[in-house]
Design a protein around this ligand. Structure first.
Ligand code: CP3
Length: 344
């Protein structure tokens, strides 16, 4: 029965003796088998759009480690591409996109409901995964949050302070808000289709939420996420939603209710003790071991892992990192983290 899956039990509010565990970017360059499949695909985007190979890399960390969840292999920047933006990845540097700086740039985008043809291979990957995953493994779909996706669409690349996106927001609010709405509408359609294809949980990644201050955090991080959850809950009331407003700090308080999410994912900027007292009171939390422990390992990894398990033990908790695992991580440290969480 679906509800027996540990991740779904935690998301339903159950306190489990051993928290279920998965890891952001668990299919990635720290794994030799990922690097081999990526080389076979040619490049990162070709891998994302090749359902068979995307399914293969999604399954690799499940075979190696037996994580409780697998996350669809794709990228948050496929939605801008489906809306008509050019997208490419520069090796060693990251993503590049055509930029949107004015009304003409916004007007050139496709309507939200035109995304499905472009994203059909992603839905096919989800269908393949729901057939091939072990029956105890939960399949998580995802999308970027509107603000984070907009920061890339406006600047055309990752930026340390999201300066160009703040400049458009403060300089041309009408175009900025129209862009956010277009991304919000597309994200609802995209996640809904992932759920129809077999995603059992969806996660909204707002990696740059922390750079929104004051009312901007409410208007451009909380409200769009709340619109997405409300729309998805109306269509798919039984599908749990994880929200990850990274860098929220003290503003993590009250977000389960404000966003309407079943789980709030925590970055490593807050301590587990603080989050247990202030955030887990609102529902399930996910997180929040520093990714750097996957590079350095040893006693520190074991101690910090136990500290997090212990801090969250009186409420619903999914163990995870505070951000994605990095390419320089040692696969053996991942095993050590899992064994520590499972008390092996
Ligand atoms: O977690 C997972 O394993 C699922 C797949 C996934 C990827 N990206 C694969 C990926 C998910 C959920 C993402 C989300 C994503 N992508 C975010 C939000 C989460 C976060 O990390 O903050 C963002 C901001 C992006 C955009 C993006 N994609 C950047 C900035 C980069 C380059 C940085 C880097 O690590 O190289 C990517 C590339 C990317 N996305 C890789 C992977 C496995 C590395 C690509 C490669 O193989 O070279």
């Amino acid at each position: 029965m679906a509800q027996q899956k540990k991740i779904l039990r935690a998301l339903a509010g159950e306190t489990l003796e051993t928290p279920p565990i998965w890891m952001m970017r668990q299919a990635g360059r720290y794994l030799p088998e990922y690097r081999a499949t990526r080389a076979e695909a040619g490049d990162f985007l070709s891998l994302c759009y090749n359902s068979e190979l995307a399914c293969e890399v999604t399954l690799q960390p499940i075979r190696r480690y037996g994580f409780d969840a697998s996350i669809l292999f794709a990228d948050i920047l496929l939605v801008p591409q489906a809306l008509g933006a050019d997208l490419w990845f520069v090796t060693g540097e990251g993503p590049r996109l055509s930029t949107i700086t004015d009304k003409a740039g916004f007007d050139a985008l496709k309507p939200a409901d035109a995304i499905h043809e472009h994203l059909a291979p992603i839905y096919e990957t989800v269908r393949m995964l729901s057939r091939e995953l072990p029956k105890e493994t939960t399949l998580i779909g995802f999308a970027g949050a509107p603000w984070t996706v907009a920061t890339y669409m406006i600047a055309g690349r990752g930026t340390p302070d999201q300066g160009p996106a703040h400049a458009l927001k403060d300089g041309n609010r009408e175009v900025f808000e129209a862009l956010l709405k277009r991304i919000t509408d597309a994200t609802i359609l995209y996640l809904s289709e992932q759920i129809k294809a077999g995603a059992e949980v969806v996660k909204i990644f707002d990696s740059w939420a922390g750079s929104l201050k004051g009312d901007d955090f409410i208007n451009y991080a909380v409200k769009p996420a709340a619109q997405i959850t409300a729309a998805l809950k109306a269509l798919h009331p039984d599908t749990p939603i994880i929200a990850f407003p990274r860098g929220a700090g003290e503003r993590y308080i009250g977000l389960h209710e404000a966003i309407g999410a079943d789980c709030i994912a925590l970055d490593d900027g807050v301590t587990a003790e603080w989050a247990a007292a202030n955030v887990q009171t609102g529902g399930c939390v996910q997180g929040n071991l520093k990714s750097s422990h996957m590079v350095t390992g040893g006693d520190d990894l074991v101690r910090e892992t136990r500290k997090i398990v212990d801090a969250f033990k009186n409420g619903p908790h999914i163990f995870n990192l505070g951000h994605g695992i990095t390419p320089d991580a040692d696969p053996e440290n991942v095993q050590l983290m899992i064994d520590t969480v499972r008390g092996l």
